[in-house]
Ligand binder design. Structure first.
Ligand code: MTE
Length: 395
């Protein structure tokens, strides 16, 4: 006290000069002071970057929308910037009983049809997969960053199938196929299409999809694990049973404690995580902190989030920042006064079906610890007396 803060006492030079002109950056970029906020690879996770994942920096984001440039990426065979003028979507069937009139759509055909815009999360089934056995990675970017949330725009798949004369009584499944070298194919039950939720999307956050996320066309399958959101979507086949393709029979299956695998467990169960303060960060001193995080459920809306600062002994309801959307991220906040002593921060979400996010003990009792996919356990961040925050597991 007494000296005063030079940053407030002295007018900086830039305040006394002309600023930069309009449209100097015709496509705007974040401030240079935010250059650390990037999607990042986990070194050594895969042999090549073409069959890998980059994680969204959840620790630095606010609200529920992921900026398009920070949307996580998961490619099985690398990404491409595909010319929309030559991209096509074919809708077909092996039997005319399922679909009267197979059709091929251009992007221009699709973009003149009635569209919907909806906010949804996309989470890779392998998100938090490294943590099944024990703590593996230090920050929320790596524990939970195969997760993003955007406003997607496109055409309901129902509309296209009906345009091709689908017979819903006979055609009970669709197969979505991507145009990249990975031959990504996923079966989707027809109920999800019939209820209007599944759509073929060309828009993301108000502009065309980014190439990394499937430009010019991807499938949006709300609530379902990311692998079914087929990118560079080129074909939809309708049929009467699941196809059991390689990405359904060998990958994206859940290894259970009895040694058997579960197949087609595609819905992402209710989950939440505190994004700040979180692993790798450091509290400055004791006093007030806004504890902030995100919650989501593949089964609908989030109805409640509780926060614990003592490792799950006591819980308090967090403030839910609305409006709460169906199968979208939901932001929660809680006031917290840190007393300078060690603390264990946790969040626990509940969705509209009444499902409560499980602890690691509860989840492992049912699922074991050898799986890769669908880990939705409660995350714990340990705050040390020094203020340093680390990733720990509480049963
Ligand atoms: N679609 C195609 N064609 N090729 C792919 O490799 N990866 C899938 C899915 N769709 C993939 C794909 C997986 S495993 C996930 S988690 C999501 O896309 C990731 O979407 P994103 O890269 O937009 O985050």
């Amino acid at each position: 006290a007494g000296e005063g803060d030079p940053a407030i006492l002295n007018l900086p030079d830039w305040s006394k000069t002309l600023g930069m002109p309009v449209a100097m950056n015709p496509y705007g970029q974040p401030s240079k002071y935010e250059s650390q906020l990037l999607r990042r690879e986990s070194p050594g996770l895969t042999r090549v970057g073409q069959a890998s994942v980059s994680f969204t920096p959840l620790q630095g984001l606010f609200g529920i929308i992921t900026p398009s440039g920070l949307h996580f990426e998961r490619h099985h065979q690398g990404w491409h910037d595909v010319d929309p003028a030559v991209h096509r979507l074919m809708i077909n069937a092996s039997d005319p009983a399922f679909l009267k009139q197979p059709k091929v759509y251009t992007m221009d055909d699709l973009m003149r049809l009635p569209s919907v815009s909806r906010i949804h999360f996309i989470e890779c089934g392998a998100n938090t997969g490294l943590e099944w056995g024990n703590v593996a990675v230090p920050t929320v970017q790596y524990t939970h960053g195969m997760l993003s949330c955007s406003e997607f725009t496109g055409v309901p798949l129902r509309l296209l199938l009906e345009d091709c004369g689908v017979d819903y009584k006979k055609a009970r499944f669709v197969l979505a196929e991507g145009a990249d070298g990975s031959s990504m194919t996923r079966t989707i039950p027809m109920e999800m299409v019939e209820n209007g939720e599944v759509f073929v999307a060309y828009g993301m956050n108000g502009e065309m999809l980014r190439p990394e996320n499937g430009y010019p066309l991807r499938l949006v399958v709300p609530g379902v694990q990311g692998v079914s959101w087929v990118k560079w979507l080129r074909r939809i086949e309708v049929g009467d049973k699941p196809w059991a393709t390689k990405d359904e029979a060998v990958h994206y299956i859940d290894l259970m404690p009895d040694g058997l695998h579960r197949q087609y467990t595609s819905i992402q169960e209710c989950k939440s995580v505190i994004t700040t303060p979180s692993g790798g960060q450091r509290l400055l001193e004791k006093g007030f902190y806004n504890v902030s995080g995100i919650a989501w459920s593949g089964r609908g809306k989030i109805t409640r989030v509780d926060v614990s600062t003592d490792g799950g002994i006591n819980w308090q309801p967090a403030r839910i920042e609305g409006p709460v959307q169906n199968k979208a991220l939901t932001r929660f906040n809680m006031n917290w006064v840190w007393d300078g002593k060690p603390a264990m921060l946790q969040s626990r979400a509940v969705d509209e079906t009444g499902y409560v996010q499980p602890s690691y003990g509860q989840l492992r009792a049912v699922r074991g610890s050898k799986s890769i996919y669908h880990n939705n356990a409660i995350q714990t961040w340990k705050v040390a007396e020094s203020g340093e925050i680390s990733n720990v597991q509480v049963l």
